[in-house]
Design a protein around this ligand. Structure first.
Ligand SMILES: [Zn+2]
Length: 258
């Protein structure tokens, strides 16, 4: 099982080596900005490295929203980041499920997701697999609770779409981790990546604050059980830099095998 971490984008290969990581995830731009990625000087090295690369899309992206001034640029940004990710041989571009505004119909959000993949298909297809990630909070989210996820997949399941399960987000969303993998696979048929994170907040808090695996409110053995059941590559998005993430990677390797 390939295990690694979300790291700073300046020197992802150096960060991966420092942590003994086999997978590495990073942003191509400031995650709070509306920016297309620039070509990277380390592209050849990243392509050649024996590290599986995942790119996280900017947080600004919300392809579900009814607001066209957000939705249209979100689609475009998803495509340009998928192109930037492809230039690095990335195995996936992770993007949050998004949401509609309060009082708005989430069914429109699911259809906006469908239109996003229609847009991608017209552009020749997203050149990196899009992995939709479950989110922690909000009552109008497309991928917080798994009943919403089922409706999302009804809308987009005909396209080639992957899924990224974040343990902190599922726990904070109020979804039981014990059988989460089975319930998700029944909906999506696949889990492409696990974000193995502890949570600083209680079950069903709706809050998105990651913690290390031995710390926080989630029983770490439950996170191990999710990783085992999913059988997918793992990225920890936990605090503590080289030391904290390195310990989380070791913790998982000790339990799920190397
Ligand atoms: Zn995550």
């Amino acid at each position: 099982m390939r295990i690694g971490a979300h790291v700073d984008s300046t020197d992802p290969l150096g960060e991966a080596a420092a942590r003994g990581a086999e997978t590495v995830q990073f942003f191509l731009t400031d995650p709070q900005a509306w920016k297309d990625p620039e070509p990277r000087a380390d592209a050849d090295a990243v392509l050649a490295a024996d590290v599986d690369v995942y790119i996280h899309a900017p947080y600004r992206i919300n392809v579900a929203t009814l607001n066209n001034r957000i939705r249209i640029p979100s689609r475009k940004l998803l495509l340009t980041h998928a192109q930037g990710a492809a230039a690095l041989g990335a195995k996936g571009l992770i993007v949050h499920g998004g949401h509609v505004g309060s009082g708005e119909d989430v069914a429109v959000g699911f259809d906006n997701w469908r239109k996003t993949f229609e847009y991608g298909a017209k552009a020749g297809g997203f050149p990196t697999p899009i992995l939709i990630e479950n989110t922690a909070g909000g009552d109008n989210a497309c991928a917080r609770r798994f009943d919403a996820l089922a409706r999302l997949w009804e809308a987009i399941g005909d396209y080639e779409v992957g899924f990224c399960l974040d343990t902190c987000h599922a726990f904070a969303a109020g979804e039981d981790l014990l059988d989460a993998v089975d319930r998700i696979k029944a909906i999506t048929g696949r889990i492409d990546l696990i974000h193995a994170n502890g949570s600083k907040d209680p079950f069903d808090s709706g809050r998105d604050r990651h913690d290390n695996l031995g710390a926080g409110t989630i029983d770490p053995e439950l996170i191990v059980a999710v990783v085992r059941a999913a059988g997918a590559p793992v990225v920890v998005e936990t605090p503590g830099g080289v030391e904290g993430q390195g310990a989380d990677i070791e913790f998982l390797r000790d339990r799920v095998g190397r």
